[in-house]
Design a protein around this ligand. Sequence first.
Ligand code: SIN
Length: 338
Amino acid sequence: MSEPLYPNYLPNRPEGFHPTVDVPYFDAEEPGLRADPAKPHLTKAGVVIDHITPRIGSEVAGVQLTSLTAEGLDEVALLAAERGVLVFRDQDFADVGFDKQREIVSHYGPLHQHPTMGYPEGTGPEFHVVYADEKAGNLRNLLGPRTSYDLWHIDQTFTPNTPSTTFFWVLEKPASGGGDTAFTSLTHAYAALSPAFRGTLASLRLLHTSASVGEVARLGTERALREAVSTTHPLVIRHPVTREPSLFVNPAMARAVEGFLPEESEHLLKFLHEHIRSLDFGCRVKWEPRTVVVWDQRCTAHTAVPDFRDGERRHMVRMIPYGTRPAPAFPELHTTPQ
Ligand code: SIN
């Protein structure tokens, strides 16, 4: 097996269980709301913004994330909220060191400490290392035998405040290709539904739990359930920055509609989980060396595409800041207390 390009970013986790961080509600800022709507740092001469599809995703060329001022970083939050996902190529982000990486992503809010993922030695669980190689195996191993391995989700939605402007960067991509990340717009998925169906959904709330598909695979069902942290969020939220309604469904973590019987919940969510996967609302990001992806978790779900060759190394790092508590898009339709 070849040596990793970034050995200091290999995932480590001290032995023993680290409880899920039960972060109580706190007042959070939305940097996207502070941004100048004209986005001068992202529209100046030399910057080119190329939409991947009209509905989701933009490649942003001519911007070095590590050189942006606070105002520029605010504009990134605004653009990510509008476009769902942003792709920055040719970045020095992977090489600027843990402190600078932490400083930049902390601009968007306190960082989520992952309960079980490994982090680089000398750092902490705010660095989430996504790693595959010959020894660690492909990401598919986590899920056991299946017919297909996409795992659409929003990250870590089991606390009152939820993830917002997320940074994800590549250290090493699979040598034979593959290993893209796919994204889907939850705003456009919502807009595609009939007004009658949208009205029904807008009155509902979902229970989000840390006993996610991933945590059950990592810890076992009994332990994952015993130590679970959970909260409810509206099924249709209003994005805090764009004010657009968005389907806040999370197939990996939100599997029960509040007040529904289990079969009712299962049927409704099965439909919605199929619906959000449509290529109508999605885009796929191919990783190149020095790529950083920034996405907004309130309007976008994502999945790894673990189609790369078994044994090949794929080495990525993610950092997730918390934003505000998701608010219902139509509070007047809610009968349960917020
Ligand atoms: C994630 O689920 O956040 C990681 C996605 C990926 O590995 O492409």
